[in-house]
Ligand binder design. Structure first.
Ligand code: NAD
Length: 377
């Protein structure tokens, strides 16, 4: 990976060392609130970005169900143009039961897959870090999860999610559903390099996850990872079948440093890893292209069950904004200001419902945003 090299900073936190985009020019962010809790949580992240006083230019557009309602298209042309022009995109989440019966091409998720593909965001980085204050929020015992610091590197633009042919047809008098899993060796090599580079700046361990005992595509995945390994003699490569990986993540998660896997397995494992940390509402993510441009979004979905109630946790989105400052804009200090503010708020005992425990102070979405703003150094 030449221009966006993920790593761990001297202070131990994960970062991507990338060229600061257009140093002297206005930095433009495309804001895509999306559906469900998306607008509520994105609003808090925007407030934080504004409060930093960095002169960031922000413009909002439609994606997902909101875009379907307004234009009939989950990824409309106006959004496509804005996303192309922007240096970075901040996304809430898309989807909800309202759109689940639409033809597949019009469903909100198509907007999400569309923007990922359009921006060529092939690498999804999801840190799963356990905040000490939330050790009890995990469903696992503190001794299993304390000190957890995993990075899941998920390939994002290939695999069965994009493979053709796909569909549901009538065959031999019954409905027949089918999808196609495929990867080219160059796609595997590209994401493998991201993982190896990331591991070099962490604990120098990559665990590649596949299902090579059943799926030929993932036999190729394993072969290419093995071919890459000699280029990184300082990194230890191991392999794990996805079913075992799912088990090991809850049995002994601290054995992992960097996990790298395909789109579908990564989708599932990164959600599982997120629960180790106590709440899906705490986990940011970055999806990067080869030049440091990125789409930043919380790891969770649009949570229609709690939408519009001012109870959603905005911290994953706020932390996603911090990742944006670091990875795309190279603003390490500003990113740290945001992350430290989140830590201070947790240390003060403020909790949204998803991470609430007795003795803490329950706050809503906007109150949590207020609290972060109040302690932003
Ligand atoms: P979800 O992540 O939206 O919700 C799962 C559970 O976590 C729910 O109980 C929800 O209330 C809770 N939750 C999620 N985010 C939270 C937050 N910030 N604060 C507090 N609680 C939170 O997953 P789901 O229910 O499987 O999916 C709901 C919709 O979201 C579906 O339409 C799905 O397609 C969509 N989705 C979108 C994305 C995305 O936009 N990236 C990702 C996953 C799912």
């Amino acid at each position: 990976m030449s221009s966006a090299s993920p790593g761990k900073a001297a202070n131990g936190r994960f970062q991507v060392v990338c060229p600061i985009l257009r140093e002297s020019m206005v930095k433009k962010i495309c804001i895509l609130p999306g559906d469900g809790i998306g607008p509520e949580i994105t609003a808090q992240a925007v407030r934080v970005l504004e409060a930093l006083g960095l002169g960031l230019e922000m413009e909002t557009a439609l994606l997902g169900g909101a875009a379907v309602d307004a234009t009939g298209d989950p990824y409309p042309e106006a959004t496509r143009q804005l996303a192309s022009q922007a240096d970075a995109v901040l996304l809430g989440a898309v989807g909800g039961p309202k759109w689940d019966t639409l033809p597949r091409e019009q469903r909100p998720e198509r907007g999400l897959l569309g923007i990922r593909k359009h921006l060529n965001l092939f690498a999804n980085l999801r840190p799963a870090v356990l905040y000490p204050e939330l050790a009890n929020a995990s469903t696992l015992k503190p001794e299993i999860v304390s000190g957890l610091d995993i990075l899941i590197v998920r390939e994002l633009t290939g695999d069965i999610y994009f493979g053709q042919p796909r569909g549901i047809e009538n065959r031999n008098g019954e409905r027949f559903g089918f999808n196609t899993m495929h990867y080219t060796e160059s796609e595997i090599r590209r994401i493998g390099r991201v993982a190896f580079e990331a591991a070099r700046r962490r604990n120098r361990k990559v665990c590649s996850v596949d299902k090579m005992n059943v799926l030929e595509t993932t036999q190729l995945w394993r072969d290419v990872m093995n071919e890459l390994a000699p280029e990184y003699p300082d990194v230890t490569l191991s392999h794990m079948l996805v079913d075992n990986a799912a088990m090991q993540l809850v049995r002994a998660p601290r054995q992992f440093d960097v996990m790298v896997t395909g789109n579908m397995f990564g989708d599932i494992l990164s959600d599982e890893a997120s629960m180790l940390t106590g709440s899906i509402g705490m986990l940011p993510s970055a999806s990067l292209d080869e030049n440091g441009k990125g789409l930043y979004e919380p790891s969770h979905g649009s949570a229609p069950d709690i939408a519009g109630q001012d109870v959603a946790n905005p911290l994953a989105t706020i932390l996603s904004a911090a990742m944006m400052l670091r990875y795309t804009f190279g603003m390490e200090d500003a990113a740290c200001r945001v992350e430290n503010a989140v830590k201070k708020v947790l240390a003060k005992g403020l909790r949204t419902g998803d991470i609430f425990e007795p003795g803490m102070t329950r706050v809503g979405t906007e109150q949590m945003g207020d609290a972060v703003l109040a302690v932003l150094g």
